[in-house]
Write a protein that binds this ligand. Structure first.
Ligand SMILES: Cc1cc2nc3c(=O)[nH]c(=O)nc-3n(C[C@H](O)[C@H](O)[C@H](O)COP(=O)(O)OP(=O)(O)OC[C@H]3O[C@@H](n4cnc5c(N)ncnc54)[C@H](O)[C@@H]3O)c2cc1C
Length: 198
């Protein structure tokens, strides 16, 4: 079995240097609530595992006018407790409040919830309905931004930030997001009838 190297960059410049200079394929871990439970580590073929949970500058929630920027290493607990976020996008805060248990909310991150791409990921429908975009850091030190709705996970690409730039006005805009979530969930239920005819 080849060696697994685990690194924990403390700052964004350290993280950028890793992405720019490391030739071995990189993989990421944040809260570990999906990866460790799934028992997928240590990886049999080695590589470099980057722990992004302690990177200074990756766990922020900035609400600036109608633009919300959330660092990928932000925990679900931080989302749940953010009053200003709740005023702008109540559906996202509510999804965080109802997420798992306090222990999981304290470790689990926004980036991990998106990247794991589980059908039951609680934040994803809200972020999709809100038209969120992802800021991605790529191997080699490049960066790109993509709508969440168009994103496909590519090995070695790191989700750095989630940006919701919907122009909305308080409760009215948030109501539209909640309506959009409901519509999409209804469409999904129609598409996959578990109990046909009921
Ligand atoms: C008991 C329990 C209850 C749970 N309940 C819920 C629930 O109610 N709702 C829900 O939605 N989920 C739930 N989960 C699942 C899990 O907690 C969430 O999906 C969580 O958000 C994952 O985040 P994490 O930081 O722990 O991810 P990790 O386990 O660290 O990583 C998960 C995956 O994402 C990748 N990854 C992590 N961060 C990044 C990044 N920044 N860029 C690229 N890739 C990245 C990792 O490589 C890995 O493949 C639960 C899990 C457990 C164990």
């Amino acid at each position: 079995m080849s060696e697994l190297l685990a690194v924990s960059p403390a700052t964004l410049p350290e993280l950028h240097a890793l992405l720019a200079e490391t030739e071995t394929p990189l993989d990421f871990i944040a809260g570990g609530t999906d990866m460790l439970v799934a028992g997928r580590w240590p990886r049999p073929d080695g590589g470099v595992l980057v722990d992004v949970s302690g990177v200074d500058g990756m766990a922020h929630i900035d609400v600036l006018g109608d633009c919300i920027r959330i660092g990928a290493a932000t925990t679900i607990a931080a989302l749940a407790g953010h009053r200003k976020l709740g005023e702008k996008l109540a559906a996202l805060r509510q999804a965080a409040v109802e997420f798992a248990s306090p222990q999981i909310r304290n470790r689990a991150t926004v980036g991990g919830n998106i990247a794991n791409a589980a059908p039951a990921a609680d934040l994803v429908p809200v972020l999709l309905a809100a038209g969120a975009r992802l800021v991605l850091f790529l191997p080699g030190g490049r960066r790109r931004e993509v709508p969440l709705a168009a994103w496909t996970r590519v090995p070695g690409e790191l989700i750095a930030e989630v940006v919701d730039g919907l122009s909305r006005n308080g409760a009215e805009g948030d109501g539209q997001v909640e309506q959009s979530v409901r519509t999409r969930v209804t469409e999904l239920c129609d598409a996959f009838p578990v109990y046909p005819g009921r």
